[in-house]
Design a protein around this ligand. Structure first.
Ligand SMILES: NC(=O)c1ccc[n+]([C@@H]2O[C@H](COP(=O)([O-])OP(=O)(O)OC[C@H]3O[C@@H](n4cnc5c(N)ncnc54)[C@H](OP(=O)(O)O)[C@@H]3O)[C@@H](O)[C@H]2O)c1
Length: 366
């Protein structure tokens, strides 16, 4: 059984790890806390950005000589490979820690093996402390490693009767300033924000993070098959963040800056572009987490493609009675094929409700 101090150390490491969300891809977020031989905190750190030092290195630097004989608490198995930085297993060994406790094993075939290396060096190694919490904090990266595509969080804002715009297409603003500020946090934590051409045409969204100091800006992506929705001067083409306009292989896109055009195959069946090809192209550019901001037609295509990992709905106590629903056709025509979800969190944001839910894993035979 872990002591209260050990639980606190790992919980602190998980909190620290979250500070890297949105800035570390293609790497995971990782936090580390080092207790000295007397059990006092000697150092802490987190992986701040891809290419920068790993969490363990920051924590070891802060701990200095006090790491010797101490214990390192790490949210993810220390890496074993030399990438842009040296292996953390070796750094922990050289610093003289006598014990390493990590929460979650590293599923990345290139980096795994750190625990074995540490054991071979005579260090006591334990896995699993607060593993569920640490895994939740690293969901995006772990999902992307498991599935070989970016993790996708679909977010929408709707009235209590499930509408995302009025019958005349006006939608600003359904939810409160508190809910809208929360969306900027989601943007800051994501590597890319994706919308469809319908949303680009209706709203001319800027899609950047605003109101969060020091936040890293996501890649902005508009899925615009015929290259007709995003015109020169569109807010998404401003220079505050990188942008990609995903268009069909054969689209006429001469009016767009060449560097923003991403050419993709059309969907094999149905309208628009191939969603899997889009996700593969983003993954190839280091994107490990996508915030899908709609609208309903594109979200329906993602659901139909089995490419939504988490749903975040902001529900406002407002009724419209007419207007588009949050989700359009998702290839579900009968109740037995409904996509069922588990609610993992409900939070009150000002007058609104934020509901987070994840698809229930398909049962065999379904
Ligand atoms: N409240 C909210 O949370 C929220 C969020 C976003 C938008 N909205 C509202 O939603 C409305 C726009 O929604 P929308 O559903 O019309 O537009 P949308 O989902 O943003 O875009 C749909 C378009 O995306 C393109 N697309 C590309 N690949 C696709 C694929 N594989 N499958 C399906 N479509 C694909 C299609 O046009 P092309 O093939 O011609 O490119 C399609 O018509 C606006 O009124 C906006 O204000 C509300």
């Amino acid at each position: 059984m872990a002591t209260a101090a050990e639980n606190n150390a790992m919980r602190r490491a998980i909190t620290l790890a979250a500070r890297g969300l949105g800035a570390t891809s293609p790497n995971p977020v990782v936090g580390c806390v080092i207790l000295d031989a007397a059990g006092e905190q000697a150092g802490e750190g987190f992986h701040q950005r891809a290419g920068g030092p790993h969490a363990e290195i920051h924590a070891l630097r802060e701990a200095g000589e006090r790491a010797r004989g101490g214990t390192a608490f790490v949210t993810l198995e220390p890496c074993n490979h030399t990438g842009r930085t040296g292996p953390c297993a070796q750094a922990l060994t050289e610093a003289g820690v006598s014990r390493v406790v990590y929460a979650v094993g590293d599923p990345n075939p290139q980096a795994t093996g750190g625990a074995d290396t540490l054991r071979a060096a005579g260090i006591q190694v334990e896995q699993g402390l607060l593993a569920d919490e640490a895994e939740t904090g690293n969901t995006a990266w772990l999902t992307s490693v498991r599935l070989g595509r970016p993790y996708v969080l679909w977010k929408y804002a709707a009235t209590l009767d499930g509408r995302i715009a009025a019958a005349d297409a006006t939608s600003r603003w359904i939810t409160s300033p508190e809910a809208r500020a929360d969306v900027h946090r989601l943007r800051a934590e994501a590597d890319a924000v994706v919308v469809g051409s319908g949303t680009a045409r209706a709203d001319d969204p800027q899609l950047g993070v605003r109101g969060i100091e020091g936040a890293s800006q996501p890649l902005r992506v508009v899925v615009d098959t015929g290259a007709t929705a995003v015109r020169p001067g569109a807010r998404v083409l401003d220079d505050t963040a990188p942008t990609l306009i995903a268009v069909a292989d054969d689209a006429e896109a001469g009016h767009l800056p060449e560097e923003v055009v991403l050419r993709l195959p059309r969907a094999a069946a149905g309208p628009g572009l191939d969603i899997h090809a889009l996700l593969a192209a983003l993954h190839g550019r280091g994107v490990r987490s996508v915030l899908l901001e709609g609208g309903p037609v594109l979200a329906g295509a993602f659901v139909a493609a089995g490419a939504v990992d988490t749903v975040v709905g902001y529900l406002a106590p407002v009724l419209l009675g007419a207007g588009p629903a949050a989700l359009a056709d998702a290839g579900i025509s009968t109740i037995s094929r409904a996509l069922r979800l588990d609610v993992t969190e409900t939070v009150r944001l000002g007058p609104d409700l934020r509901i987070t839910a994840v698809p229930v894993p398909a049962r065999k035979g379904n």
